[in-house]
Design a protein around this ligand. Structure first.
Ligand code: IFM
Length: 454
């Protein structure tokens, strides 16, 4: 197997490498300088929703340590930094008045990126909906889509000329299906009807926001980040194959089709249209906006069995748990070939703009031994997946950049702080950062790419 470093010359010289984070996972300072609560503050504080009842109250204290964190990114030889704005820090009640201190924080952060030669790739929504909007139904209420578009305009007006790109949503699958159907993420509901309303209103919010961003700053590269599932039937039997197809429709096409084709999949409509908001058809043109790029977040494949429970909901699929496969410490299967296959397949099926791999990484919970973190399994994971991405590029996929998830260990949502995805270890008691072996390895890759441009 070729290593990613030996394959680097297959990429264009302007291909970028970066690291990614998200506001609620790293910033902390949750009650400081005018920030009001988000649904994640409420979900975490409610108790019983997050491992150890952890919360993002302090997280990595990046709100105060942002300068040394940006220095760290620079020391890893990165081209770019992907982060998200916290909506409740910028517009604390979700709509209306902006918060100058919150805006000043992102001014410092973005200027700090630019001073260090790091391209700022920003996300508007990485799941921290202002709680004041949730009181009125949050994403299940149509007004939230319009509040989101106003927020997009505020961000674009103030920061747009300094950003390398702006994406609307990070992984809308998580903020709709995982949050409203499986109840694993905030606000922790289990209701198919609310799920479909939330999913559609997020699509609408995306379309409205893209229009506002482009009206405000036509030059700002605009996109959306999807965590597409790479779906395989668990066996060769016909029922499992059919279930895998249904699963793909529900979990991938319900996002890709409206965004990139301007309609929902036919089977999805037959099965579920009665749960969509009234007059959903009228929104399709707004949802289907031209984009400059899209982002793909990829971690693991999913193997599917048919769910033969007569009461099972569409898509009547169950995730299988394959035996004897390599897994990361969060239990996710490692299979880099599936990443390459997904990238190629999605470009065969859709007419898409260029893609950035906006997240990819491994949960490996290795701790320091004598100050050294030898996270060999993360290094291997990254090497295999970057190699797979380069093979997809060679096969014609227009991939423009790769962001490792994550810069540093952080608040891993319902898993709290137990699960570590960082290239940099965080000691949460002291906030000490220690670059892991995988971080040094990734820094060498970044250095080799920089050297190609010298
Ligand atoms: O930590 C998350 C991130 O916020 C979104 N994508 C997946 C990561 C790992 O679970």
């Amino acid at each position: 197997m070729q290593t990613s470093n030996s394959l680097l010359s297959c990429l264009p010289e302007d291909f970028i490498f970066g690291v990614a984070t998200a506001a609620y996972q790293i910033e902390g300072a949750a009650q400081l300088d005018g920030r009001r609560p988000s649904i994640w503050d409420d979900f975490a504080h409610a108790g019983g929703n997050v491992a150890n009842n952890d919360s993002g109250d302090v997280a990595c204290d990046h709100y105060h340590l942002w300068q040394s964190d940006l220095d760290l990114i620079k020391s890893l030889n990165m081209d770019a930094y992907r982060f998200s704005f916290a909506w409740p820090r910028v517009i604390p009640t979700g709509k209306g008045a902006t918060n100058e201190k919150g805006i000043a924080f992102y001014d410092r952060l973005i200027d700090g990126c630019l001073e260090r030669g790091l391209a700022p790739f920003a996300t508007l929504y990485h799941w921290d909906l202002p709680s004041d909007l949730q009181q009125y139904g949050g994403w299940t209420h149509r007004d939230t889509a319009f509040a989101f578009a106003d927020y997009a305009e505020v961000i674009t007006k103030h920061f747009g000329d300094r950003l390398a790109s702006l994406t609307t949503f990070n992984e809308p699958w998580c903020s709709s299906i995982l949050s409203y159907l499986y109840g694993v993420h905030a606000p922790g509901k289990k209701d198919i009807s609310l799920t479909l309303k939330c999913l559609h209103n997020q699509h609408l919010g995306h379309g409205l926001a893209v229009q506002r961003i482009k009206n405000t700053n036509p030059d700002l590269a605009t996109g959306i980040v999807l965590n597409l599932q790479s779906v395989y039937p668990a066996t060769n039997n016909e029922a499992d194959k059919a279930a895998a197809t249904r699963h793909e429709i529900f979990h991938n096409s319900a996002f890709l089709d409206p965004l990139f084709k301007g309609h929902y999949p036919a089977e999805f409509i037959t099965e579920l249209a009665h749960h969509l908001p009234e007059k959903w058809e009228d929104d399709l043109n707004t949802i289907h906006q031209p984009l400059d790029f899209w982002g793909l977040n990829y971690y693991t494949p999913i193997r599917i069995n048919a769910d033969d429970n007569p009461n099972a909901l569409y898509p009547k699929s169950l995730a299988a748990s394959p035996e004897n496969c390599e897994r990361t410490d969060i239990g996710w299967e490692v299979a880099a070939d599936t990443f390459e296959e997904l990238m190629i397949k999605v470009y065969e099926q859709y007419t898409l703009p260029p893609v950035y791999i906006t997240e990819n990484g491994a949960c490996i919970n290795d701790e320091p031994i004598d100050g050294v973190i030898s996270d060999v399994r993360r290094q291997d994971y990254l090497d295999q997946h970057i190699s797979a991405m380069i093979r997809a590029h060679k096969a014609g996929v227009p991939v423009r950049g790769y962001f490792a998830w994550s810069l540093m260990d952080n608040f891993e949502w319902a898993e709290g702080y137990d699960m570590r995805f960082g290239l940099v270890h965080v000691d949460y008691a002291t906030q000490k950062r220690t670059i892991k072996q995988s971080g040094y390895w990734y820094a060498e890759l970044g250095k080799a790419q920089l050297a190609r441009r010298a």
